[in-house]
Design a protein around this ligand. Structure first.
Ligand code: GLC
Length: 647
């Protein structure tokens, strides 16, 4: 929308700055003038009431301009290439892996020498877990950042990162880094200044002289780490103030009612964009706005801020997509893609955390109905946005899906969740899963689940008890879980170590900086001799690695597996078998997964009702065996945990 004063103001701002008639500059100016009205409006919604609003609006425009001016030429032209492709991140040829650089191989330089490993597996997109400076013993795996712009010396330097990214870009790989938007480490210079009494920096955080406000906030704010860091405030001795610390006591929540904080963080976002980040993982965006009397999660203002960030990024560094790391129920997560006039204009990517958790639910119960019940909501994702699909990551598995989904399948939510938690934490007779409960809240018996993919699938149990069948079954379960999330639609994100079936690593218990947080049990230190076993036939490592390699190949061979809202779930003719169809104008691929430990029969009618005809030949892309669609009174039989990818 053209608005005289807003646009005239921009013209004045651009005067004296040199732009050429290049495609890049022209596109930038068009983007700027197209988004200006909305940037002004969104900014006004949050900060417009302040007497200094104009001053900060001006600053934000300067930040955008500086970001574009500082953007390296190669990234500017990559922006245009990506724009021409349109929603480049939906394609089936992107497969990611999330890893801790130090635990995976050492430093960023070392990672450069591991790129062939990713090629071998088929991974072309790396999520490097936080690598910016963070105090050793109070780091939350790097999510307590003490300097947003320096790489922690443990990993190397910014130069090393840039070099790595250059090589990755040459190879056509993509990079994802985190921006920890919600908080800083208590050792960040802003926090240190605030602690020392500097008023300007105290305004960067939520700091109070007494317990009055903290008590009021805590009445409605849930505990995030109830066992290791209960409450949402921490007393800071030096300033004699209570500081809001929603996560760990050493993570100070930033105060976004202060536009100076917004501007600093926007500038940091651009700093990452100009390092060459392709997808920016916005850590914990649900928490960035606080309000008394609410949970201070998922508030409308948090969305307004994300929309504002998105519009600014779209102007200056449009090749960088935004991933909102909100681990919330499907109805809530949809809002992170934007609603109303912002539908598809907030975050480009979000974790399909509900689906991930429901796969674990189905694996424990052997019943796919709860998973199916969630699909109506999950399918509301707008076109152009996508998921991160995954089976495991560095965090715990939360069971936050809605009660109604559980009830719909005939279970009692409280009992059902209790079963799942017991099943995976080794407290259910007959379960081979070895995990642990994380974040246990004695007030409401809420808990999440820690444990590596392989251990949760029973491999550790099988090895400990020398049970060959359990080991073989755990491998089959592992591949079933991976296949399900690799082919579902979205960017599949492998979690390092899972491709080699690493079981839980208990060494964290000896480390003072980690032993209070059992998520470290599933953050392995890679032993490259063990990884060599991927080349040795008849080892678990070989079977899992080559299995995933093959699944990735299948995914990349068909555009059908890209995420163009081209998925249809099959009717539950057998509640133990989940089935979805991926389709495009050339193909219909039927993906079937038996989540139970028994042979299961599926009527051929299930395929016929979805477009197959009797007598039709289909090939299972996984086993490479041909099947012929039978009569309605005949059955397709899937062995325990078998999956088929029928084309
Ligand atoms: C995100 C991260 C998690 C971290 C938290 C606080 O949820 O994934 O590991 O503890 O944010 O930064």
């Amino acid at each position: 929308m053209y608005t005289q004063n807003i646009h005239q103001h921009l013209i004045k701002k651009l005067k004296g700055l040199s732009f050429t008639s290049s495609d890049e500059d022209t596109a930038f100016l068009i983007r700027f003038s197209a988004n200006l009205y909305i940037i002004h409006a969104l900014f006004g919604q949050i900060y417009g009431h302040r007497p200094d609003a104009d001053h900060w609006y001006e600053k934000i425009l300067d930040t955008i301009l500086a970001a574009y001016k500082n953007r390296p030429t190669n990234l500017k032209s990559l922006d245009l290439t990506k724009e021409r492709k349109g929603h480049w991140y939906l394609a089936s040829d992107i497969v990611g892996m999330s890893l801790y650089v130090d635990r995976f191989c050492g430093t960023l330089k070392d990672l450069g020498s591991k790129l062939e490993y990713f090629d071998e597996l088929g991974v072309n997109f790396l999520h490097l877990m936080p690598i910016m400076k963070s105090p050793t013993n109070e780091s939350d795996g790097g999510y307590a950042v003490s300097d947003f712009r320096s790489v922690d010396p443990r990993f190397g330097t910014i130069k090393d990162l840039q070099k790595l990214d250059d090589i990755m870009k040459e190879k056509g790989m993509y990079l994802m880094l985190d921006i920890v938007l919600n908080h800083t480490s208590s050792q960040h210079i802003w926090a240190k200044n605030a602690s020392a009494g500097d008023k300007t920096y105290q305004d960067y955080f939520y700091m109070y002289d007494d317990r009055m406000m903290p008590d009021r906030y805590e009445q409605t704010m849930p505990d995030i780490f109830p066992d290791s860091s209960p409450g949402s405030f921490t007393y800071d001795e030096q300033s004699s103030k209570w500081v809001m610390t929603v996560f760990n006591h050493y993570q100070w929540d930033l105060n976004y009612t202060n536009p100076a904080v917004f501007n600093e963080m926007l500038d940091t976002i651009f700093f990452y964009a100009n390092l060459g980040v392709d997808i920016l993982r916005i850590d914990a965006p649900a928490f960035i706005w606080k309000s008394l009397g609410t949970t201070s999660q998922n508030l409308p203002e948090a969305h307004t801020l994300l929309q504002l960030i998105k519009q600014c990024v779209q102007v200056a560094t449009p090749g960088m997509a935004l991933l909102g790391e909100a681990i919330v129920a499907p109805k809530e997560i949809m809002k992170y893609f934007g609603i109303g006039q912002f539908k598809g204009r907030e975050c480009d990517v979000a974790y399909n955390a509900t689906q991930m958790a429901l796969q674990w639910d189905a694996l424990a119960t052997g019943d796919t109905r709860v998973m199916l019940a969630a699909q109506h909501d999950i399918l509301q994702k707008p076109y152009g946005a996508t998921w991160i699909t995954y089976t495991r990551c560095h965090d715990d598995i939360g069971l936050g899906y809605e009660d109604a989904m559980i009830q719909g399948a005939g279970y009692i939510p409280f009992e059902h969740r209790k079963f799942i938690k017991n099943y995976y934490s080794g407290n259910y007779r007959g379960s081979t899963a070895k995990g642990a409960l994380f974040g246990v809240n004695p007030k409401n018996s809420d808990a999440r689940i820690s444990g590596s993919l392989a251990s949760l699938c029973g491999l550790e149990y099988g090895i400990d008890h020398k049970l060959k069948e359990i080991i073989a079954q755990s491998v089959q379960k592992t591949l079933l879980m991976q296949a399900h999330s690799l082919l579902l639609g979205g960017i599949p994100m492998m979690y390092y170590g899972d491709e080699i079936a690493y079981t839980n690593d208990y060494s964290y218990l000896q480390d003072l900086g980690k032993n209070y947080d059992n998520r470290w049990m599933h953050r392995p230190i890679i032993n490259w001799q063990k990884n060599e076993l991927r080349k040795k036939k008849n080892t678990v490592e070989h079977t899992v690695f080559t299995g995933i390699q093959k699944l990735i190949k299948i995914r990349k061979s068909y555009l059908t597996f890209g995420d163009y809202n081209n998925i249809e779930w099959m009717s539950p003719h057998n509640i133990h078998i989940a089935g979805y169809i991926r389709f495009d104008k050339n193909n219909r691929i039927y993906c079937l997964y038996n989540f139970s430990d028994k042979d299961e029969h599926l009527t051929w009618y299930a395929l016929r009702e979805k477009g197959c005809v009797q007598g039709q030949f289909m090939i299972d892309l996984w086993s490479e065996i041909e099947v012929i669609v039978g009569r309605d009174d005949e059955y397709l039989v899937l062995s325990p945990y078998q999956f088929m990818i029928l084309k």
